[in-house]
Design a protein around this ligand. Structure first.
Ligand code: ZN
Length: 407
């Protein structure tokens, strides 16, 4: 397997021998490598923070993390012959961790650090460290739990064109303008602080740093889509917007629940990803595709028994909302959190389990006015005790432990 991008994790992302790291989306970033249609190759990646989080029992690193440079991504890799309007077909052949770094982490962030999906319920900064044993993950911070990971890249996409980048920046600026002082913010405007854009230098770098789109939201090109089933064997169809396409990948996740709800909500890891590329010339027009498309791989943890928590569009104070799927999802998550607490888990542990384990989130109905109905499905087999309800009450209290908090 030809390795087209190597990272040296002993050195900072800004101090790599080759300028293989980018942390904004911009059309002018020069390709760092080129591959041909039909070729397979390996790309190495930092974890999304670029090595800021430690394998320890304090959440001070989560509290103090510098989010201005995030995410640290690898690329862009150009595909020979790719032109705007084509589709690059990316097969995820394999993903792995580095031998000397068989661990990952999950963080709960404060509102000042963008919060998370349940940030109104969970204010404390916290961290869980996970150990990897082959395909399995366990955490000393969350006892009585073990599951198989569906390892996947949180972020993959091609570089946007100037026109597409302007569209992103304009529409997100308009949203921010509706409530510019909100905490957490409604969206993140371009921010030149700590920008890394590969081989771009001088005035071109300065201009791109002022314009480059942040990597947090998923957009038309794919980007931070955080699809938990984009595991080994998946195929990704990426629209091409600039010559060569420019595949950028990173933010590797050992495992994630649907929704990635704590924000830093997957099991974040550094590692490598093996990809194969092909090209569909003129594919965007041929198939009427303007947005990335995905075909999840045939590999899935074989969990068949789930406990399903329902959520509907009703606020905690009883106010009825109209077909609000987001609210319904929050309610379903909180129903699950409150249930798991009855077995001895802390709220933060339960929140993290929903965020990291192979938990399914389904939109069940959006037509039954006034309530949307969503389902959060927890596989029962990931716990080493029976979590199903019975007449005797919660069957077992979990071992005493908790997430790592600020010290
Ligand atoms: Zn991530």
């Amino acid at each position: 397997m030809r390795k087209v991008i190597s990272v040296d994790r002993k050195r900072l992302p800004t101090e790599q021998d080759e300028a293989v790291i980018v942390n904004r989306w911009h059309p002018d970033i020069p390709m760092i490598a080129e591959v041909k249609p039909g070729e397979s190759f390996r790309v190495e990646c930092f974890d999304w923070t670029g090595g800021q989080i430690n394998n320890d029992d304090s959440a001070n690193d989560i509290r103090d993390v510098n989010l201005a440079p995030c995410h640290h991504l690898s690329g862009p890799v150009g595909v020979t012959g790719a032109e705007p309007g084509d589709i690059i077909v990316v097969d995820i052949l394999d993903i792995g961790v580095f031998d000397d770094e068989r661990w990952g982490y999950t963080g709960i962030f404060s509102k000042e650090k963008f919060g998370g999906f349940l940030t109104d319920y969970f204010h404390k900064t916290a961290k869980a460290v996970w150990d990897f044993n082959g395909i399995f993950a366990t955490s000393r911070h969350i006892p009585n739990l073990r599951f198989a990971g569906l390892t996947h890249p949180g972020i993959v996409g091609c570089l946007p064109s100037h026109e597409l980048l302007k569209r992103w920046n304009d529409r997100e600026a308009a949203l921010i303008a509706t409530d510019p002082k909100r905490v957490p913010p409604l969206a993140l405007p371009p921010n030149p602080q700590d920008v890394i854009l590969g081989k771009l230098k001088g005035a071109a770098l300065e201009q791109a740093a002022r314009e480059g789109a942040r990597t947090v939201p998923p957009r038309e090109h794919g980007g931070n889509c955080d699809i938990k089933n984009l595991c080994r064997g998946s195929r990704i169809y990426l629209p091409v917007y600039v010559k060569g396409g420019g595949i950028v990948v990173g933010d590797l996740h050992f495992s994630q629940g649907d929704g990635e709800i704590t924000f830093c909500g997957a099991i974040e890891m550094s590692g490598w990803v093996d990809m194969h590329v092909d090209l569909i010339k003129g594919g965007c027009n041929k198939y009427g595709i303007g947005q990335a498309m995905f075909q999840p791989g045939p590999v899935d943890p074989n969990y068949s028994d789930y406990l399903v928590f329902e959520g509907i569009s009703v606020e905690d104070d009883g106010t009825q909302r109209y077909l609000d799927v987001t609210l319904a999802y929050k309610q379903a998550c909180m129903n699950a959190v409150n249930y798991l607490k009855k077995f001895g888990y802390s709220g933060e542990q339960a929140y993290t389990i929903l965020s990291c384990a192979p938990v399914e989130g389904h939109v069940s109905s959006v037509v039954d006015i006034p309530n949307a109905c969503v389902a959060v499905q927890i596989p029962t087999a990931i716990f080493d005790f029976d979590i199903r309800p019975n007449a005797k009450g919660p069957s077992r209290q979990v071992k005493t432990s908790d997430l790592a908090f600020e010290t």
